[in-house]
Design a protein around this ligand. Structure first.
Ligand code: F6P
Length: 530
């Protein structure tokens, strides 16, 4: 018997009871539900009223949080304890925003920040330049956590970008990616930034080699290092490979939690001065909220409860739909954050996980998503909870577009909730002049089951500060969800087996001997060997 078993049993029993309840019944039982299930902090307003969850369930989650000592674990994480037990490491991404880790860690963080800021300033002033003069382009090479965060932040904060700098990203090992990234750039004015925590990642090293060769062919081997910066927790490897400037980060920052570190070098250079600091400030505000706000008003905790409860209700997938073009890369970022963190089969002690720590996370920007997969969300047999994001103020472009984006987000959530009966559909069709026979035939096609759960998350604006708070909110939600279920959100052993196998198959594809592989793989190596 584990200390959290009783709390989970209570939750499972309550989920089974709520399964038979409609969202409308929950609203009918509590006239204040829309307000009572909405909380705000750090520029975010989170409305969970249309999730199939109630006050009793939140109370049970608070009991579960006590049973797993969630508050104590968060404090231990902040203090720098080795909460990532399988890798024997701390998880101190919050220290990058100034919260905890101790004096030594804070000193290291400050020094790295100063170095990154100084480098960015030199690039901006032209004091650090390419063979042909000031840099007018950066090619950022990295994958996973060394790519998704910086890519998202730069896309989201486009209005805060420095002028005259073309930023390209190369992550995928497919050669088309680095070819596209380098296409049309002048090597004598291009800075290459290679980001890899381990500096062993196959894709990143292949792309970095290609970029360095491209650079050296134009500016010469001797000058190339002056145009290459690297960010790594293995700085000696980066230096040996040929980077002229190397910025450290540490094994206590997980890749998918690392955008706040020197991994943000490209971001810092490409954004106007002070913008990266504002991003960190927003994240720090969310850290303070996550650590200190009472659980019944704690945004990441309540959101983690809603996600966990959805798993108990049998919903294994969540769609993230930002109604903001500038957040269109958020679903990709969330995929790594949630599924690499919590897509686990055993708990932190290695025992089979009794409950899902994460489901499938996916999505796309609204309104584009409406015109692709919303059909399934509304009428498909799977019920997939949706998380809608809207930006309240400060939208770019024609003012009418902001209202249309918001109206669409609200309408989709309303449609998922309300649905439409076949009788109502038939009545509409008859009113439009359809024959009784045709109206009867079409009515089931045009009916919506409704009663489908969703979350509405509003950002006050898309400022650097609010974006920082949003991304930190998701980090805390991910960690809390893992710890409620018993998983370790900081390791990722599940990515290793395929990597090992790729390394073994590569020589065979290039004509070498094929080891002991299964018949299907052997057949494919035979077909694809060049
Ligand atoms: O393969 C998964 C992973 O290890 C991620 O966790 C990480 O973000 C990514 O690869 C890149 O790793 P690195 O920064 O060491 O190149």
């Amino acid at each position: 018997m584990r200390p959290d078993d009783a709390a989970w049993t209570d939750l499972e029993r309550h989920a089974a009871a709520l399964k038979g309840t409609t969202l409308k019944a929950l609203f009918a039982a509590d006239a204040n539900r829309a307000a009572a299930f909405t909380h705000a902090a750090c520029g975010l307003t989170l409305d969970l009223s249309r999730q199939r969850i109630d006050t009793h369930a939140f109370g049970l989650f608070e009991a579960l949080a006590a049973a797993v000592d969630l508050t104590g674990r968060l404090a231990a994480m902040r203090a720098g304890a080795k909460v990532n037990t399988t890798e024997d490491r701390a998880a101190l991404h919050v220290a990058l925003r100034g919260a905890g880790g101790g004096a030594e860690v804070q000193q290291a963080v400050r020094e790295a920040r100063d170095a990154v800021r100084a480098f960015a300033d030199e690039v901006a002033r032209g004091a650090r330049a390419g063979a042909g003069g000031p840099f007018n382009a950066i090619v950022h090479i990295g994958i996973g956590g060394s790519d998704l965060g910086p890519r998202l932040v730069l896309d989201a904060l486009k209005p805060y970008r420095r002028a005259g700098l073309d930023v390209r990203f190369a992550a995928n090992v497919d050669g088309a990616e680095i070819a596209d990234a380098l296409e049309g750039l002048d090597p004598a004015h291009t800075l290459i930034v290679v980001v890899s925590k381990t500096f062993t990642t196959q894709e990143t090293l292949a792309n970095a080699d290609a970029a360095r060769a491209w650079l050296a062919a134009a500016v010469g081997e001797a000058h190339a290092p002056a145009q290459i910066a690297a960010v790594s927790a293995a700085p000696e490897k980066a230096r040996a490979w040929g980077a002229g400037a190397v910025f450290p980060f540490w094994d206590w920052v997980g890749g998918r939690y690392s955008l706040w570190s020197a991994v943000g070098l490209t971001t810092e250079i490409a954004l106007q001065p002070g913008v990266f600091d504002a991003l960190l400030e927003g994240a720090a505000a969310m850290d303070a909220h996550a650590f200190d706000a009472p659980l019944d008003a704690n945004l990441p905790f309540r959101a983690a409860c809603a996600q966990s409860f959805n798993r108990l209700l049998g919903h294994t997938s969540t769609a993230t739909i930002p109604y903001a073009r500038r957040l269109q890369l958020l679903p990709a970022f969330m995929q790594q954050l949630e599924m690499e963190s919590n897509g686990k089969g055993v708990d932190a002690e290695g025992r089979p996980l009794a409950r899902l720590a994460a489901g499938v996370t996916w999505g796309d920007a609204g309104t584009n998503a409406q015109h692709s997969f919303f059909q399934l969300l509304h009428q498909g047999r799977d019920v997939i909870p949706v998380e809608f994001l809207v930006v309240a103020y400060g939208a770019e472009g024609p003012p009418a577009h902001r209202d249309m984006a918001v109206a669409n987000a609200l309408a989709q959530a309303q449609a998922l909730y309300e649905g439409k009966t076949a009788d109502a559909a038939r009545a509409e069709l008859l009113a439009k002049g359809e024959s009784a026979e045709r109206a009867a035939f079409l009515s089931t096609h045009r009916a919506f089951p409704g009663d489908r759960p969703s979350t509405m998350l509003a950002l006050a604006d898309l400022s650097p500060k609010t974006l920082g708070a949003l991304l930190a909110f998701y980090e805390h939600r991910t960690v809390m969800q893992a710890w409620l279920a018993g998983a370790n959100p900081f390791d990722q052993w599940g990515v290793e087996l395929g990597k090992q196998m790729a390394a073994l198959l590569l020589p065979a594809l290039r004509g070498g001997a094929l080891g002991d592989v299964d018949p299907a793989t052997a057949a494919w190596v035979g077909r694809l060997r060049i």
